[in-house]
Write a protein that binds this ligand. Structure first.
Ligand code: GLA
Length: 730
């Protein structure tokens, strides 16, 4: 049956001319709240005439005046659903190719479309397009997640020309949005300062967000953005599109305010140094562009993304996570079995589920005692760990704690046995001096042998140690001197690398479907929904200063759910342990401290906090997030998570300014509660030896009151962070 569908899919395009006789054919792609409407005109040009709030009467989409155009579109395809280059197009194309005969033009006419209902309220629409002069086809895929209001869009490209076709550009999505003005929030940064937001009003012409870093691709710029229409982005009001490209390599997001003042949005793999040669009968599938449209601000948009990610993307997105103690900042490279065994016991005493052994445990010819050697030599260092990993895992388990390990499988140190044995596995130019990022180089994952090697490192480790409970998968270097010793097409390297990485991860996930995997990249240099198909969680930043994290986590929260956001309590920054703990609770909590150095109060506070966390984590992980007070414009940050049933909520507030007498002077209005329900308000994480005025006389207030009048969490210089729990009561 499936084969039949496939065959028909390929044969039908041949009849495209007869299929498109009916003018003004409309394709309506809807979720519960959103509609995207494609219109096919009498010349079979597919254009996008609407993207916005779903209309109650679908017949009224027919009334749309073309495409919101406010003047003459000379080409009639400013709003093409997938703008082909080389013909009459005048603007930024979605696709640009050179045919086998050298012709540099493309035209894409509508052939037909089909819809299918997939499981879980997902409707897939496929729109088939074809060049009238060449056997060259593009299929556009729109997966509409009804309940979550998320659309996942990608394209597949294929041809049967006599020789390969060279593709200079091959976007995932091409959207068209008419509005009066456009406000783009994008997120940029560097190591330890990831996800810094910046909002700009788009002016006529092109704004491009991209990366050319190869691996660790979003170190400077995240592949995610918020696009607000007609007014700057607001948490509760206004139209906003939150978008993100699910690709862990070079990406490009283009925002073009066209001559008619409409916005053209094109997203996909970065064409930079990536001309792709497509052989006849081969299919090129682009990564997916994910977006959600909200008519009620960024709050709704991020709740949509979170629900979608938990249900449809992240492994065990609606499952459990392990709390852990990591040894990185406690020991760096300096440890041995004895030290680690003490740390297991410390972890147990603290009350976490797992001990995570970080960098420094491997390499013998070149022991990993600093970051200049050994990547690639994934054998236990005999001096530090004479009895091997198996022994350590057993030791941990007998101390009552599970064991996890750090790996950086895509990398190689110039000083390593791996490099000596396989210099041709390394990405580097033969006639240029090597240039290092964190003293290391990247393995050529476009080479299937390297893929097998990387796979076997992880697989062997898990086969030998079946109770290994967690892997932190790091990636600390970018690609310099991009060149593969084995790839026949150098300009495929950036793409083949990511596809090679995904192949390895796919194999691992198939064999180990429930293994917790942390996505780390020298901090948060690689956070995207391409990788998060395989990873249960990600490391947002090496910067774990409590105050900094209020901001960093705030910005990640636009796109990623708390259950996938790893927040560790460390010694970074000047905030007290209570502040750092409260901040870490807004996600997947962990520790990277020397437990033995905690004083009595700090230890008992932390032990209690872990118990509290285990009681309230379901609300934080799976509840709806409401951002109440933004740290950028206020002296406070405040946000809350509300359970789906609206019977529980956890509310976090922080002082982010140390100016005299700053604090929560007025009540803060809550969100997302049930107005008809009554809630008891109680303070959590009260530091030993301090009193909570809130708990002396716990308030019982209706959701209506809490959302209309508000409640003052009493944040001030003495109470710089406050966590409140709301529980439905009669
Ligand atoms: C990266 C990670 C850190 C730590 C080190 C180890 O920087 O982000 O958490 O694992 O590598 O070298």
């Amino acid at each position: 049956m499936r084969l039949l569908v496939q065959i028909t899919a390929y044969l039908l395009p041949l009849f495209w001319a007869s299929q498109v006789a009916s003018a003004d054919n409309q394709i309506i792609i809807e979720t519960q709240q959103t509609a995207l409407v494609i219109r096919v005109d009498k010349d079979a040009d597919p254009t996008m005439v609407y993207l916005g709030k779903r209309l109650q009467q679908p017949t009224e989409y027919g009334l749309l005046t073309g495409n919101g155009k406010r003047g003459e579109d000379y080409t009639k395809i400013y709003n093409s659903v997938y703008t082909p280059a080389g013909g009459r197009n005048l603007l930024e194309p979605a696709i640009q190719v050179t045919h086998a005969d050298g012709n540099p033009s493309l035209d894409l006419k509508y052939v037909r479309h089909e819809k299918s209902d997939l499981a879980d309220g997902i409707v897939l629409t496929k729109v088939y397009l074809k060049d009238p002069q060449y056997p060259f086809e593009v299929t556009l895929f729109y997966k509409a997640y009804q309940k979550e209001d998320v659309i996942e869009q990608w394209s597949s490209i294929r041809h049967t020309e006599k020789k390969p076709v060279r593709m200079q550009k091959y976007a995932s999505a091409n959207l068209y949005l008419p509005a009066q003005s456009y406000y783009l929030t994008h997120f940029h940064g560097d190591w330890a300062q990831e996800m810094k937001p910046e909002e700009i009003q788009l002016s006529a012409g092109l704004k491009v967000l991209d990366t050319k870093l190869g691996t660790r691709a979003d170190l400077f710029q995240a592949p995610s953005f918020l696009l607000a229409l007609n007014k700057p982005a607001d948490e509760e009001t206004g139209e906003v599109l939150a978008g993100t490209l699910a690709w862990s390599g070079n990406y490009q997001l283009q925002f073009e305010v066209d001559p008619l003042r409409n916005l053209r949005l094109i997203s996909g793999i970065n064409p930079y140094a990536s001309e792709y040669t497509l052989a006849p009968n081969k299919e090129f599938v682009t990564p997916a562009f994910l977006f959600t449209y909200s008519a009620s601000g960024t709050g709704t948009a991020s709740r949509n993304m979170h629900r979608w990610a938990r249900k449809h993307r992240i492994p065990q997105g609606e499952g459990n996570r392990l709390t852990l103690l990591n040894n990185w900042e406690a020991t760096f490279f300096d440890f041995n079995e004895e030290k680690l065994t003490t740390l297991f016991k410390d972890g147990k005493k603290l009350g976490v589920d797992l001990f995570l052994l970080d960098d420094g445990w491997f390499g013998n010819k070149y022991p990993r005692n600093n970051d200049r050697t050994s990547l690639g030599d994934w054998q236990e260092n005999k001096q530090k760990l004479p009895h091997g990993l198996g022994y350590l895992i057993k030791e941990a388990e007998s101390a009552g704690i599970r064991f996890g390990i750090w790996l950086e499988p895509e990398m190689v140190s110039p000083k390593s046995e791996l490099y000596e044995k396989h210099p041709d596995w390394v990405i580097k130019l033969p006639n240029r001096a090597e240039y290092y990022f964190r003293n290391q180089l990247v393995l050529d994952l476009s080479n299937p042998k390297v893929q097998d090697f990387v796979y076997s490192i992880v697989d062997d480790m898990l086969t030998k140690n079946p109770t290994l409970g967690y892997i932190k998968w790091d990636c600390n270097a970018v690609i310099y001197n991009a060149f593969s010793a084995t790839n026949a097409n150098q300009s495929h390297l950036y793409i083949d690398y990511v596809q090679g990485l995904y192949k390895v991860l796919e194999r691992l996930r198939t064999k180990y479907p429930t293994l917790p995997l942390m996505l780390c990249s020298g901090g948060g240099g690689r956070v995207d929904y391409g990788a998060l198909k395989y990873f249960t969680e990600f490391w947002p930043s090496d910067n774990t200063d409590g105050l900094e994290r209020v901001f960093i986590q705030w910005d990640y929260s636009y796109f990623y759910p708390a259950i996938a956001t790893c927040n560790h309590i460390t010694d970074w920054g000047k905030q007290p342990i209570k502040f750092r703990t409260d901040v870490a609770m807004m996600g997947k909590m962990g520790y990277d401290i020397v437990v033995g150095k905690l004083d009595e109060k700090e230890l008992s506070f932390s032990q209690e906090a872990l118990k509290t966390y285990s009681r309230v984590k379901e609300v934080i992980w799976k509840g709806d997030l409401f951002r109440l007070v933004a740290p950028y414009k206020n002296n406070l940050a405040s946000l809350m998570y509300v359970s789906e049933k609206q019977d529980k909520a956890v509310w976090f507030s922080y002082l982010v300014s140390n100016r005299y007498q700053e604090g929560s002077q007025a009540p803060i209005r809550l969100k997302g509660l049930n107005p008809a329900k009554k809630y008891k308000v109680q303070e959590l994480n009260v530091y030993p030896g301090t009193n909570s005025r809130i708990n002396q006389n716990p308030a019982v207030l209706s959701g209506d009151y809490l959302m209309t009048v508000g409640f003052n969490p009493v944040v001030d210089a003495r109470r710089t962070s406050v966590v409140l729990e709301l529980t439905e009561t009669n």
